[in-house]
Write a new protein. Structure first.
Length: 318
């Protein structure tokens, strides 16, 4: 890179593991997806090319980009729900950001990259603004933005359940919620549900999700539902700092009339399970890169009092 530039970008190396993880904690509200132990889970499936950003003038690392390369495309991040460019707050000012972005594009062009694909961390997860990154990416030679709709609830506010949801909850007062380890039987429910509805398999196999659950026991949590001693199914939720995200849903079709999902969601909303959780993210209600809205699923989430927001993805040509 140009030695006269204030900023420099280099590929991440394992020697920077401790520094990287400290930046994840301090710059992203501790998004465990970006932790080195989580990213290394993909090492056999992708060519990781995560980046470190330096301030040459102050002689320190100021940011990072989780990323990988596939053919001629740089992804941030291909296998994750989101990625992005993360900096110390000072460097989000345009006087600095403009130069950092230009150095990034120069670096990628030198790597023979022709396309970049960013999955931006949505606003409920992240106190800093993606506005500059989105605008600069959108101003490249050719770009396309994809929007997915998700729904969330602020747990600090009194949530107004719809009359429909309240009637549903009256039917299942005797259901029991437990927090336990992810069951093989549960994963079979998840897999069957995804294949029937969307003709896809879970991103993780059962062995993979159990491995990650053991690796991140404070971030990957399973809440199950029982009627007496009958296992009905449950929810896997991912904890990202102050956000709890519903990641996997799986229930025994025979007992769906008992509305066990409603019971677990209500439990997560109404009970003070975690002192540091402020937001419950229901996950996306769109398909086909946001082109199709699952109206029934979106309506279901709104009956809990949830409001909608966007996950943004952008692909650009260099």
């Amino acid at each position: 890179m140009n030695s006269l530039s204030r900023f420099k970008i280099e590929k991440y190396t394992p020697r920077k593991k401790k520094i990287w993880n400290n930046m994840v904690k301090n710059l992203t509200n501790d998004i465990f997806f970006f932790h080195r132990d989580y990213l290394s889970y993909f090492k056999n499936n992708i060519k990781e090319n995560s980046l470190i950003i330096y301030d040459n003038k102050l002689r320190k690392i100021i940011g990072f980009i989780p990323g990988n390369i596939s053919k001629d495309t740089f992804y941030s991040f291909e296998k994750l729900t989101f990625g992005g460019l993360f900096l110390e707050n000072l460097y989000y000012k345009n006087i600095f950001f403009n130069e950092i972005f230009n150095i990034l594009i120069k670096y990628l062009k030198e790597m023979k990259i022709k396309k970049v694909f960013f999955r931006l961390l949505p606003s409920p997860y992240y106190t800093s603004d993606n506005a500059l990154l989105l605008s600069y990416l959108n101003n490249l030679k050719k770009s396309k933005i994809f929007t997915e709709i998700s729904s969330y609830i602020k747990l600090s506010k009194l949530n107004n359940f719809s009359k429909l949801r309240l009637r549903s909850l009256k039917k299942n007062k005797d259901l029991i919620i437990k927090r336990e380890k992810i069951k093989k039987k549960y994963w079979n429910f998840v897999s069957k549900n995804l294949r029937l509805k969307y003709k896809v398999n879970p991103v993780h196999t059962y062995n993979e999700i159990r491995f990650l659950e053991k690796k991140f026991p404070k971030n990957i949590l399973f809440f199950s539902c029982y009627k007496r001693n009958i296992f009905l199914g449950g929810l896997v939720v991912f904890k990202f700092g102050e956000v709890l995200k519903i990641q996997y849903v799986g229930f025994d079709e025979k007992y769906k009339y008992l509305n066990p999902q409603d019971t677990i969601v209500t439990y997560l909303i109404k009970n003070d399970i975690f002192n540091d959780i402020k937001i419950l993210d229901f996950g996306i209600s769109t398909e086909n890169n946001g082109k199709t809205i699952n109206k029934n699923l979106l309506f279901y989430k709104e009956t809990f009092g949830a409001v909608n927001f966007n996950y943004l993805k952008i692909i650009c040509y260099l």
